[in-house]
Design a binder for this molecule. Structure first.
Ligand SMILES: [Zn+2]
Length: 651
């Protein structure tokens, strides 16, 4: 394997089933054969006797040994190996390690067979299961027919999750990790690595593993692993790489704008960066790349900018989340900078809201299953396509002058407010990027300040920049999404969003809110249906004060669902305020978490059917910390497709 791992994404990747749950396998698993694998599935965990018997079997076949991982001892052997094979540990140690790593959900022989699944014409031979002190290693040769074409080493470990903190550590919460210690393939572009690792991802997901890590520094396959969704283990790498990319762009005078670099959020984004812009890179005899020509790197190759950059870049360590029990990959945009927008004492829209929400994400153990995304500052020029330039300039001026509010008392500001309001809009843009370039299936943007009351030239109700409107227009202009459905379930009518799109027949605005006679901002009556060409593309569904889950779900089913179906959007966006919860202090609807779970499940189903599952959800209101957090958590879990954990059926 050289600069690029074999197998570009999109290579034939058969639908792979989950054969791991088979109790005992009597023949080798063939990845392509889904129907047979399903037939053989026996969904019961092995007994302790099964596990012990399998250990004996593997030991007898000379497939199971101990392993010495101590680097000093390995070094003394002088072979540069990653481990030394040693005697089989005691049965008690084998059983203990198995229980910790695999939770006895699979028997040793079944795991061994699943790991060595045959793919196309590739086979694992001379493969071993090795028991180290704190991990289990799978090591194999890869053969194509009789010819050895490579080798692979995986190891399985369980670590305390540093993100979960001390309490979780005491409770024994651990991350289970599959390390890709080593992979070497001589056959280029066979599609083998792609097929194998997608299959492995399903296998390890079903076994409850949380993460893949490329423990061997990524000196090879940097482009490949990034395309497959592996990100930099060290988050600060992103900033360094952006710096390197800027330098390259400057050096070669490439037509790339700073704002395009600003959007890069993930190794994946680098891999896909500016695919229409090709540059020269130089290959050496071993197939490695450099951006500079010298006596070794001589062969000139034209490559897309992002690919050339990654192939020629320095080593990096990678990781990828395995979405245990989450059928959908859900992105989560947030930033600690959102806490910098401070409002006056006693203001309901304060940094504490977001803090509470982030604590809940941690408490619910969602950190390891969400794809975290960073917002970026959007081009002011782009925002001027949504808000009046003069309005934005006045906002900036107010902030600079040290004013305590902008235009109305509700819109309390501090010295950071202008930039953070822009960053909130940029958070939705980052969410749109991730969904539309396929990095995630859907996304929740935990941004503040909120946006749906901000009109083209007016601030209102804690809102300055209309974040969701910016996201929608960005999705249309940059990604060419024609039809966008915005569903606004914040308890308040999103008058700003309505105003921005009321003449636009291609952006449907639908809002469910407390009736304007009783509730801020006093707009959003049924008769407001859009204007001009946009007539009919606005739908307001006011609910009477104290309406609860029943009324909400009935309205949703009778009016929202048919509206989405008729409109056939290419993207669904949600103004997800959680202030319609009965505990919320600033309005009078009586919804519970059940409504938010229900609506999320339904829009996921509709999005799956109509627009490839694409949903960009944006935080708006929600002013009771506890119900904001619990409602946002069911929303997130339903976006992830965890239906079992919140199967809140109607009625
Ligand atoms: Zn609200």
């Amino acid at each position: 394997m050289q600069g690029d791992l074999p197998g570009a994404p999109g290579d034939s990747c058969p639908a792979v089933s989950h054969p791991l749950l088979k109790r005992q396998l009597d023949s080798s698993t063939v990845i392509e054969d889904q129907s047979r694998a399903d037939e053989r599935s026996v969904r019961t965990a092995p007994s302790r006797q099964d596990i012990e018997r399998d250990f004996e079997k593997l030991i007898e076949q000379r497939k199971l040994f101990g392993a010495e991982l101590n680097p000093t001892i390995i070094k003394k052997s002088g072979k540069g190996t990653r481990f030394l094979i040693s005697a089989v540990p005691s049965r008690a140690k084998l059983l203990k390690r198995w229980a910790i790593l695999f939770r006895n959900a699979i028997s040793p022989c079944a795991l061994f067979e699943a790991l060595s699944a045959r793919t196309h014409e590739f086979e694992h031979r001379e493969n071993l299961l090795l028991f180290g002190k704190d991990r289990v290693i799978y090591d194999t040769q890869i053969l194509q027919g009789e010819e050895s074409i490579g080798e692979l080493t995986l190891s399985f470990a369980s670590l305390a999750d540093p993100m979960l903190g001390v309490l979780a550590y005491l409770k024994g919460a651990r991350l289970r990790i599959v390390y890709i210690e080593h992979i070497h393939l001589t056959t280029q572009r066979s599609g083998y690595a792609s097929t194998l690792f997608r299959y492995y991802e399903r296998l390890f997901r079903d076994l409850g593993f949380n993460q893949f890590r490329l423990s061997a520094a990524l000196s090879v396959g940097k482009y490949y692993w990034a395309q497959e969704g592996f990100d930099f283990s060290d988050k600060s790498e992103i900033g360094r790489r952006k710096g390197d990319l800027r330098a390259l762009i400057k050096e070669r005078s490439l037509p790339v704008r700073e704002v395009e670099i600003g959007r890069l959020n993930h190794a994946y984004d680098f891999a896909r960066f500016k695919r229409d812009l090709r540059i020269f890179a130089y290959r050496n005899a071993e197939g490695f790349y450099s951006l500079k020509r010298d006596e070794h790197f001589r062969e000139e190759v034209s490559l897309p900018l992002g690919k050339a950059f990654l192939l020629s870049s320095a080593k990096w360590e990678g990781y990828k989340t395995i979405y245990t029990n989450t059928p959908r990959r859900t992105g989560f945009v947030t930033s600690s900078e959102y806490l910098l927008h401070r409002t006056r004492a006693g203001h309901p829209e304060n940094p504490g809201r977001l803090r509470t929400l982030l604590r809940a994400v941690r408490k619910h153990g969602l950190r390891s299953s969400l794809v975290f995304l960073e917002p970026y500052l959007p081009d002011l020029e782009f925002l001027e396509g949504i808000h009046e330039a003069e309005y934005l300039a006045r906002f900036r001026e107010s902030v600079r002058s040290g004013a305590k509010e902008y235009s109305t008392r509700d819109c309390s500001i501090c010295p950071a407010s202008f930039e953070i309001a822009l960053l909130a809009a940029g958070g939705v843009m980052a969410g749109v990027d991730a969904v539309l370039n396929g990095r995630v299936d859907n996304v929740f943007c935990a941004v503040r300040p909120p946006g749906h009351h901000a009109g083209r030239g007016s601030t209102m109700g804690f809102c300055f920049i209309n974040n969701i409107a910016v996201g929608a227009i960005y999705a249309r202009t940059v990604y060419g999404v024609e039809r966008i459905f915005i569903l606004d379930w914040d308890v308040h009518h999103g008058n700003g969003t309505q105003e921005i799109f009321e003449e636009d027949p291609m952006t449907y605005y639908c809002s469910i809110h407390e009736h304007p006679t009783f509730c801020f901002p006093g707009t959003g009556r049924r008769m407001e249906r859009g204007t001009g060409a946009g007539t009919g593309a606005t739908l307001n569904l006011p609910l009477k004060p104290h309406a609860g889950d029943e009324e909400l779900m009935e309205t949703f089913e009778k009016e929202v669902v048919p509206a989405i179906e008729r409109f056939e959007p290419g993207l669904i966006m949600v103004s997800a305020g959680f202030d319609a919860h009965s505990w919320d202090p600033i309005a009078d609807l009586d919804l519970t978490e059940k409504s938010f779970a229900y609506m999320t499940r339904r829009i996921c189903e509709l999005a799956d059917r109509l627009c490839g599952g694409r949903i960009v959800s944006v935080l708006e209101g929600g002013y009771d910390g506890s119900s904001l957090a619990s409602s946002a958590m069911v929303h997130l879990k339903m976006l992830q497709g965890r239906s079992q954990e919140c199967s809140l059926e109607r009625g």
